[in-house]
Design a binder for this molecule. Structure first.
Ligand code: FEO
Length: 170
């Protein structure tokens, strides 16, 4: 049986990951509306990955005999005013999520819940990758976003992203 606090935090994280999916879908919609279809594709794939994160945590709870409580998913709280804002808000959001994962890890560590720590190791690594990806997007946009031809090429590059299932199998 898992520690109650750890279960509560994991359950909340299910909701936070679904919220992330919702947020990135909102970003995707904005980009498609602006004619940046490649950016739209990139965030749509990202939304799929976030849904996977939620499902992995949900599955972990169930594998440990825990009941999962699904709460309402908030409306995306970020007001998008430009493509650049999408990218910087994306980076901020990933940094926030990293903090959430670390908080759960800390709770598991404090009760010697090695099983949950091992499960979360994948998420710790994943957050490093997610922050790097988001940071790269911000940097690329800063370099190329003001030049239409370069922006077109960047948009094409992001349009090539394809969804793949997570490497973590439970
Ligand atoms: Fe599920 Fe982007 O962190």
């Amino acid at each position: 049986m898992l520690d109650r606090k750890v279960v509560e935090l994991l359950n909340q994280q299910v909701n936070k990951e679904f919220y992330s999916a919702y947020l990135y879908l909102d970003f995707s919609n904005y980009c498609y509306d602006e004619g940046l279809d490649g950016f739209g594709n990139w965030y749509r794939v990202q939304a799929q990955e976030e849904r996977d994160h939620a499902m992995l945590i949900l599955q972990y709870l169930q594998n440990n005999g825990e009941k999962v409580v699904l709460e309402a998913i908030d409306k995306p709280a970020v007001e998008i005013t430009s493509a650049k804002a999408v990218l910087s808000e994306g980076l901020k959001h990933e940094q926030y999520v990293t903090g959430l994962i670390h908080t759960i890890y800390d709770a598991a560590y404090s009760v010697k819940d090695f099983r949950t720590m091992q499960f979360l190791d994948w998420f710790v690594k994943e957050q490093c990758e997610e922050e790097n990806n988001a940071d790269n997007l911000v940097k690329k946009f800063e370099l190329f976003g003001d030049d239409p031809k370069s922006l077109y090429m960047l948009d094409n590059e992001l349009g090539a992203r394809v969804y793949s299932a997570p490497s973590l199998v439970l």
